[in-house]
Design a binder for this molecule. Structure first.
Ligand SMILES: Nc1ncnc2c1ncn2[C@@H]1O[C@H](COP(=O)(O)OP(=O)(O)OP(=O)(O)O)[C@@H](O)[C@H]1O
Ligand SMILES: [Mg+2]
Length: 275
């Protein structure tokens, strides 16, 4: 059985996509079989891993193939690409035109698609768009866990409170009573910055059980890797082999995400779920 995780936060630019790609890549290099799904019509995850999704994208999987057809990133990592047609309006239009889906709850369509592959991947990670609309609802309905990245900024406080309230309502609405909050983690953290440490203190006080200890520091090499379409570890290898002074440790952003993955694996009873 796959462990299915949605990476979600309605607030934009909090590193949902960066975290989905980084966590997925690290898990795959720990020998887990990982399927990534890019649910954002901006398709940033697909671009950040340099994948040309063509017809192997989520829109075609849902409305043409009716099955998961993915692109290979590495031996253990595959990706269903994003598609600009996966906006809430286009999604609902396609559902209405699709005879097969007409009588189904439109929030459960992705879940039925993922049922076909649940014995083929150890982890399925879904990068959600920055809203709570029908695509995010589909992801939450299909997931075992939701993982929430957040910046250490006071604007994030409302976003976090809102999403936690929404998850409670979502669970109580019985769309997915089994959905669990895997946790919250802070991204783009700047050490020695009073406003950031104050915000982390707020998270520690308000969500002590949910907050991961690992903070992902602001790190330009992360941006560099995603802009070059490389997994963090590949970017790290290339950078270190081309430098005169070879460092023995990986760059900070990769080290941070590896630490976060350790914490995530400790929170999930992953061994019992390995395919
Ligand atoms: N730790 C980091 N250090 C530096 N830059 C980062 C870090 N994490 C993410 N970024 C950069 O921040 C920007 C936003 O990140 P990302 O696209 O992952 O956010 P998002 O939540 O997916 O955004 P959206 O809501 O638009 O989908 C990107 O340019 C990304 O490269
Ligand atoms: Mg994104």
């Amino acid at each position: 059985m796959s462990t299915i995780i949605s990476i979600a936060n309605e607030k934009g630019g909090v590193a949902k996509t960066t975290s989905t790609g980084s966590i997925g890549s690290i898990l795959s290099r720990l020998n887990y079989k990982v399927l990534l799904i890019d649910l954002d019509p901006q398709a940033d995850l697909t671009i950040s891993l340099d994948v040309q999704a063509e017809d192997r994208n989520i829109f075609d999987c849902l409305f043409h193939h009716k099955m998961i057809i993915a692109n290979k990133v590495n031996e253990n990592l595959i990706l269903v690409g994003g598609d600009p047609r996966l906006t809430p309006i286009d999604f609902m239009d396609s559902v209405k035109k699709d005879k097969e889906f007409q009588f189904e709850n439109p929030r459960l369509i992705l879940k039925s698609l993922l049922n076909q592959v649940s014995d083929k991947a150890d982890f399925i990670l879904m990068d959600c768009p920055p809203n709570r609309e029908i695509i995010t609802q589909n992801a939450l309905a299909a997931s075992d866990y939701v993982l929430i990245p957040s910046e250490a900024h006071n604007f994030s406080v409302n976003g976090i409170n809102n999403i936690i309230e929404y998850l409670d309502a979502f669970v109580s609405a019985k769309l997915n009573p089994d959905l669990k909050l895997l946790g919250l983690f802070v991204t783009r953290y700047r050490q020695n910055t009073a406003i950031h440490s104050d915000m982390v203190e707020w998270f520690e006080n308000n969500y002590p059980d949910e907050l991961f200890k690992t903070k992902i520091n602001e790190n330009i090499t992360i941006q560099e890797a995603t802009q070059m379409g490389r997994e963090l570890s590949i970017h790290d290898d290339i950078k270190r082999s081309s430098q005169l002074v070879k460092k023995s440790s990986p760059f900070k952003g990769l080290a941070d995400y590896r630490e976060l993955v350790d914490e995530i694996l400790n929170r999930i009873d992953h061994e019992s779920r390995k395919v």
